[in-house]
Design a protein around this ligand. Structure first.
Ligand code: GH3
Ligand code: MG
Ligand code: MG
Ligand code: MG
Length: 338
């Protein structure tokens, strides 16, 4: 698969702006009520540092612009008529899309209290005015680093989501394969036992009857011996198909192994189970399977048991059906016994 291993995904390198000549361009929204300051900073951010800059003259305008422009970084003045930089900061953080914007707060007064207030409002950085080129370049490196870590994280997350989705599909395939008999496509023994347990507990809770049929092909060894193993396999597939297609929708037919099958019948008493068994037996006896110029006829014997109050688990039920099967074989085969 082209997907990276979990280890590879976890070993992703953090981006290092120092490595490149200059950090890649950021989308920067510049907010200041003073046109001169705005003009100066636009020159610094855009022309000198090469970022993509849009500017706004007020907090309100900044919010509207941000929604269109989706800036990665907002550089905002603090004191503005109307919405202040602090209020803009809070407003951005209150939106979904504003959570991850890197906000740099500018201020004329550089006091510890002001910086704290800015950080409390959700700012990521605080820069005293007047702002010089060197300071701003240094601060934007931190912003760049943050933006690129965020990108890398989002890419990883998307990859992980895809990885998880593919894993779920492959798990479903695997568990289906683990529950399916390769030769016949029927549920295998494991799946059959799980169906049996399900039906057992459902019938126990609801005090409903349930029955099982253990089905064995008669003298199957002779078919193998006369026509070969491949023909034997073909015959098994035909029998499996007949059993599955003729069973009621709510009955589960599985291949226990070899030429032996189990049918689990929920909501079925002994009488109804015997009726179902006889129907299946006659259908199989009427088959004439054509392989390589031969017409193969065969029969099945069926042992049937219904749940009884004395039974404490599903194994006891299947054992009772096994004993009935033995009687069917002893009695001459091609028959159902209870
Ligand atoms: P009975 O009427 O007493 O059941 O006789 P039988 O010959 O059917 O019973 P036995 O258990 O002696 O033989 C079953 C045969 O089924 C032996 C085994 O080689 C064959 N067999 C088991 N699994 C497969 C399979 O997957 N394919 C084929 N072709 N044969 C299988
Ligand atoms: Mg101002
Ligand atoms: Mg047999
Ligand atoms: Mg057998």
């Amino acid at each position: 698969s082209a997907l990276p291993s979990f280890k590879q995904m976890c070993a992703g390198q953090a981006p290092r702006p120092e490595d490149g000549d200059s950090p890649a361009s950021l989308r920067v929204l510049l907010v200041d009520d003073d046109a001169t300051t705005r003009h100066m900073l636009e020159g610094v951010l855009g022309d000198s540092l090469g970022h993509t800059v849009q500017s706004a003259g007020s907090g309100e305008e900044a919010l509207a612009t941000a929604l269109q422009f989706m800036p990665q970084v907002v550089v905002t003045d603090w004191l503005m008529p109307g919405m202040s930089g602090i209020e803009l900061c809070r407003a951005l953080r209150a939106t979904d899309w504003g959570q991850t914007i890197y906000i740099i707060m500018l201020s004329g007064i550089d006091t510890r209290d002001e910086a704290t207030e800015a950080f409390e409002a959700g700012a990521d950085d605080f820069v005293a005015k007047p702002v010089d080129l060197r300071t701003l370049r240094a601060r934007l490196r931190a912003a760049w680093r943050y933006v690129h870590l965020l990108d890398a994280w989002e890419t990883d997350r998307a990859q992980l989501r895809q990885f998880a989705a593919e894993l779920a599909i492959s798990n479903r395939r695997l568990s289906h394969a683990a529950m399916t008999d390769q030769l016949t496509g029927l549920p295998n023994r494991r799946a059959g036992m799980s169906e049996l347990e399900k039906a057992w507990s459902a019938s126990g809770r609801a005090v409903q009857p349930m029955a099982v049929l253990v089905i064995d092909v008669d003298h199957f060894k002779r078919i193998n011996d006369s026509y070969g193993h491949a023909v034997g396999d073909h015959v098994l597939r035909e029998v499996a198909q007949t059993l599955q297609q003729s069973a009621r929708r709510e009955d589960v037919v599985c291949r226990l192994g070899g030429e032996e099958f189990l049918m689990v019948c929920a909501n079925t008493d002994l009488r109804a189970a015997l009726g179902a068994g006889e129907r299946l037996r006659k259908l199989v006896a009427a088959l004439a399977i054509k392989v390589g110029g031969h017409e193969i006829q065969l029969s099945i014997s069926i042992g049937i048991a219904a749940r009884e109050a004395s039974m404490t688990d599903a194994d006891m039920l299947v054992n009772a059906a096994d004993r009935a099967l033995y009687r069917a074989k002893e009695g001459g085969r091609n028959r159902s016994c209870i």
